[in-house]
Design a protein around this ligand. Structure first.
Ligand SMILES: Cc1cc2nc3c(=O)[nH]c(=O)nc-3n(C[C@H](O)[C@H](O)[C@H](O)COP(=O)(O)OP(=O)(O)OC[C@H]3O[C@@H](n4cnc5c(N)ncnc54)[C@H](O)[C@@H]3O)c2cc1C
Length: 413
């Protein structure tokens, strides 16, 4: 590197690149380091949703009720491989503690502020980065099989209504008008129009990387090993040598905890592994994204095909993928949407970076003000990337934060 950049961002996923673009737009010189290159991680294969209406934390009493049943099915929506069950236990204990009513109220308030900020930032960010043509406003249809399941969802919808989120409950006829061909076993549904999506999350992340490079940013392939904070700057040690910079943003997704440990911070980041199959364009005439909440997966219309997937496998970063999970979701999707052509799909597994209280970590390292953390967005990294970019820029430039950052503090654990 010829010149010391003002900022090094570690991680060229959607969070790191969005933050890097926001910093560049504010006049800073920025280098992004990624051990593989843009869109190598979870940002490539996700479901593509800007799920702004998803303000309720995953850590909640509702999930505690569903989990035991889900865990009984080895290929179901939630699984814990035996080889990882002891390692994940401390994270699960924290998750369980975050399910109390007081915690849920606190996380919902924080998540709502983050969603409102991200929604407000999204369209200006897309316009500024030449990616506005990739935005879709097709909404989301959450479907229910039984009236008990529908009734159980009502407190969640009431909480969303309190926060001004628009939605419409539907009967079978309403759903058929919106999405023909849905199995009649789904008798009720809820449509949220304020749920946006991106044409394809990998192409979007790559487009952000391209935009960053053509407007003065630099992306280097480098595996970061450790970070050191000094009074006058930061040293970033890579396998190819040491880089010097004024400030660092750690946005390495599910791998961030290893990096921040080199700064003395211990953050309980785990991964919720997710699976999907992307079918060719035309596999289904899909009019909106459909969430099969009781089965833990979604079917998403992308410009590159129809993506079927979700599920949570608490299996850490090292175990090999178990693509039987992707097969199981595809089989269910076929029975729920019989016209779905399941031929010719590509399977994928990705690492959601997840904190036990469902909130990301956005704030300064305990090692010093020059290092900013931006990771742990779990199921919502794409959705919250525009808001996170704004918050990171404010932190780097030491400007007042757009929202209260205390709930996202790295020191909260
Ligand atoms: C099945 C599935 C569906 C999902 N659906 C959605 C959705 O619809 N909407 C939504 O908002 N979110 C969704 N998510 C979550 C979303 O994908 C993630 O929250 C988001 O992609 C995280 O982005 P990131 O930039 O933090 O991490 P990543 O995209 O994982 O990027 C991290 C980057 O850091 C790099 N890196 C790691 N360690 C190092 C190192 N030591 N040195 C250099 N580089 C390093 C990696 O190579 C990688 O490129 C989904 C996730 C999954 C798995």
């Amino acid at each position: 590197m010829n010149k010391k950049p003002d900022v090094i961002v570690i991680g060229a996923g959607v969070v790191g690149l969005s933050a890097a673009l926001a910093l560049l737009a504010r006049g800073l010189s920025v280098t992004v380091l990624d051990r593989t290159g843009p869109a190598a991680g979870a940002s490539a294969g996700n479901a593509g949703a800007f799920a702004f209406t998803d303000i309720l934390p995953l850590a909640s009493p509702g999930i505690l009720k569903k989990a035991p049943k889900w865990l009984l099915d080895p290929l179901g929506p939630l699984s814990i491989p035996p080889a990882y069950s002891l390692k994940i236990a401390p994270w699960m204990f924290r998750f369980w503690r975050a399910c109390s009513a007081a915690h849920v109220a606190h996380s919902t308030k924080a998540q709502t502020a983050m969603m409102d900020l991200s929604k407000a930032e999204l369209e200006p960010f897309l316009a500024a980065t030449g990616t506005a043509h990739m935005l879709r406003k097709g909404g989301n249809l959450q479907v229910y099989e039984t009236s008990a399941e529908f009734e159980a969802s009502q407190p969640g919808w009431a909480a969303r209504a309190e926060h001004g989120i628009e939605f419409t409950h539907m009967d079978a006829a309403g759903m058929a008008a919106l999405q023909p061909g849905l199995s009649p076993q789904f008798t009720r549904g809820t449509f949220t129009p304020g749920w946006y999506s991106i044409a394809d999350p990998k192409l979007y992340t790559i487009a952000l990387g391209d935009r960053f490079c053509t407007t003065g940013g630099r992306i280097m392939v480098a595996d970061v090993k450790s970070i050191r904070h000094h009074d006058t700057g930061v040293e970033v040690k890579t396998e190819a040598g040491i880089l010097h910079t004024g400030k660092v943003v750690v946005a390495a997704g599910a791998f961030s905890h290893g990096l921040v440990r080199t700064l003395g911070d211990r953050i309980p980041l785990e991964t919720e592994r997710g699976y999907n199959t992307t079918l060719p364009v035309g596999a289904l005439d899909l009019r909106t994204q459909i969430t099969f909440g009781g089965h833990g997966f979604v079917v998403s219309p992308l410009s590159t095909g129809v993506r079927v997937g979700g599920a949570v496998e608490l299996g850490g970063l090292d175990l090999p993928p178990n693509f039987k999970r992707a097969d199981a979701m595809l089989k269910k999707a076929k029975s729920f949407l019989p016209a779905l052509n399941t031929e010719g799909g590509t399977q994928w597994m990705g690492f959601r970076p997840s904190l036990p209280d469902t909130l990301p970590v956005i704030g300064r390292s305990s090692a010093g003000d020059r290092i900013i953390y931006a990771f742990g967005h779990g199921h919502l990294g794409l959705t919250q990337s525009p808001g996170t970019a704004r918050l990171v820029a404010d932190l780097v430039l030491q400007r007042p934060s757009a929202i209260d950052l205390n709930p996202f503090s790295p020191q909260r654990f």
